[in-house]
Design a protein around this ligand. Sequence first.
Ligand SMILES: Cc1cc2nc3c(=O)[nH]c(=O)nc-3n(C[C@H](O)[C@H](O)[C@H](O)COP(=O)(O)OP(=O)(O)OC[C@H]3O[C@@H](n4cnc5c(N)ncnc54)[C@H](O)[C@@H]3O)c2cc1C
Length: 519
Amino acid sequence: MRTRRELVAGLVGAPALVGLERKTERPIAGGFVFEAQERGHRIRDGAGYGRVGEPRRMPVVIVGGGMAGLCAAWWLERSGFRDFVLLEMEAAAGGNSRFGENAVSAYPWGAHYIPVPNTESVLVREILTEFGAWADGQWDERFLCHSPQERLFLHGRWQEGIEPEVGATAADHAEYRRFAERVAELRATGAFTIPMALGEGKFGGRLAELDRLSFGAWLDRERFRSAYLRWFCDYSTRDDYGAGLGEASAWAGLHYFAAREHEEKGPLTWPEGNGWLVRKLTGKLGRYIRTGQLVRRVARQGTGWRVEAEGAVWLAEGVIFAAPTYLAPHLIDGFAPLPTLQYSPWVVSNLTLERVPDGAGEVAWDNVIYGSPGLGYVSATHQSLRTRIDRTVWTHYWALAGGNPRELRKNLLASRWEDWRDRVMADLRRAHPRIGECVERVDIYRNGHAMCRPGVGVRGSYDLRRLREGLGGLQFAHADLSGFSIFEEAQYWGVRAARRILGRIGREEKKSDRSNQRN
Ligand SMILES: Cc1cc2nc3c(=O)[nH]c(=O)nc-3n(C[C@H](O)[C@H](O)[C@H](O)COP(=O)(O)OP(=O)(O)OC[C@H]3O[C@@H](n4cnc5c(N)ncnc54)[C@H](O)[C@@H]3O)c2cc1C
């Protein structure tokens, strides 16, 4: 995901790279990581499991330790409530904000930045303040993205910023301006907010139709024809939602641009991406977290809930279901399918480089290639204060948009590591013809259900309403409840579920917490 920038970018010349010859390439090590499909499919197929001993009582159980589950735990703890466990199926919590580390650097396996929060994002400010990113009235300089932030490879050269500038005509610029004006009008309605629930009351009337057509159809209707502008919009929706122009709703496409003011500073980023926050949260909440606990069934029992995990059975008064929502019909007894919701598959590759390829120019934090089916790469060593960097790690992102997600997922799971290694290398060769001389390893995470896709009709769907409503003593908490996935939404739904569950089981929040963001 990228930062939102105004559609005005400066031009910085970079040496042309075309014409460089491919030299001797080195053998590349690596493999797939986090291969959880088999365990997941056992849930889908309802396979049985062995003895788990006597059920244990626990007032609240959180299922899933991604950002939403961790933030629910964060809220419970700071409300003075300590009678809960968080069950995470993987060996470590973090979900889509997980990270890895090798001898060269820490690096993200998913989320890699948080925009500097606006004033509406009270909870985001609170959590970042608690962990020291904001202190004495300013953001920690180590975490604000250093310069150069973004660049785009276009017509054989790198330009600064990712809005296409090289070769842009007066007509392109006129469309950029007209688009920016439309976005400003929408922003002024107050309906495009982060977290999105805060703008809910203002999203009606004419705006509601934006959920009924695709972003591509909206651009057609508004006569936006610039190939550059359309590429930029398509890139943005693939990048934020894993969905192309024809797949994301107009509401979602426009939300990407209209929900934030132009950022003077930031974003906030770390070598391990949002894994920095995962480290902080798991460090603080470790005593509540049980990893390696795949939850296989959740069912009502008496006035409470029975949560069956691979390692134990828990009897709870309240459950916060923070696992991805596509699992709800498989795990929760009697929970009806969610036919409107689709999930985009993603491929994230971490490449360990012995050195930056010759002719690469000054590597930015975020490096995008125009016309590529991928989304470019982020440099994990960008925030390093070292004056000279030889070895580095690049995180390459590829959202599988442009097709039926189920088919795309099937093909993804049937593919071999070598196929993806070659695809990723071929993609990077467009801009770095000599990259094959530098890459030592390519580790690849194929995430079949990476995020909920905000397609046409999802925002106003019965399925999302059902999830937000919850089941009384079981509340859902996941970024999916917004229909799209960013940290702020995950945190919002996690905290909201924690508050609801506290209310439900008759535990008061501390007074000091009541002044905070309401749901
Ligand atoms: C490639 C990629 C890049 C992204 N980049 C950014 C970014 O730069 N900035 C940003 O803000 N957001 C980004 N996101 C969005 C990211 O999804 C959110 O920021 C956030 O991490 C979502 O958290 P979550 O808790 O809602 O969901 P998840 O991360 O999906 O967490 C769900 C958790 O539940 C666990 N679980 C699943 N099934 C079970 C089970 N049966 N039993 C127990 N546990 C279970 C999972 O292992 C996981 O830990 C990105 C997402 C992807 C996929």
